[in-house]
Design a protein around this ligand. Sequence first.
Ligand SMILES: [Zn+2]
Length: 123
Amino acid sequence: MGVEARRTITKTRRKTRDLDQIKADLLSPKHLQQYKDTKATEDLPALGQHYCIECAKWFESETNLVQHTRGKPHKRKVKELRDDPYTQKEAEAAVGLRTDNKGPAMARVAAERPFDQEMEMAT
Ligand SMILES: [Zn+2]
C-alpha cells in the first residue's frame, strides 16, 4: 500500500534548495525566477507572494514572513550563506591533492601545450 520507498519520502519531503543554489538566487533575480517558475503559483501559500530567498520558503502572509526573518532558523541560514560554498578545490585539498601550478615551470608547460590539456578534459 502506498509508496514503497517510504524512506526516500521522509528524507526528501523537507528538502529545500541547496546553499549554492540560494547564493545564486541572491545574486541574480533571474536565477530565482527560473526556480519560482518551476512551481505552480496556485499551489503556493498565498499564491507565492511572500518568499524568503535565504530559506527558499513561502509564507502565508507578510506577518508570517517578517516573523520568520526574526527567527532562529532564518538567522542560522543567513549565517551559513555568508560562508563560502564548498568547492572542488577544498575537497581535493582535504585528500592532499593540491593544485600548485603557480610556478613558472608549470605555467610554461601549460602555455606551450594548450591543446594537450583540452584533449584531457574532453575524454
Ligand atoms: Zn528565511
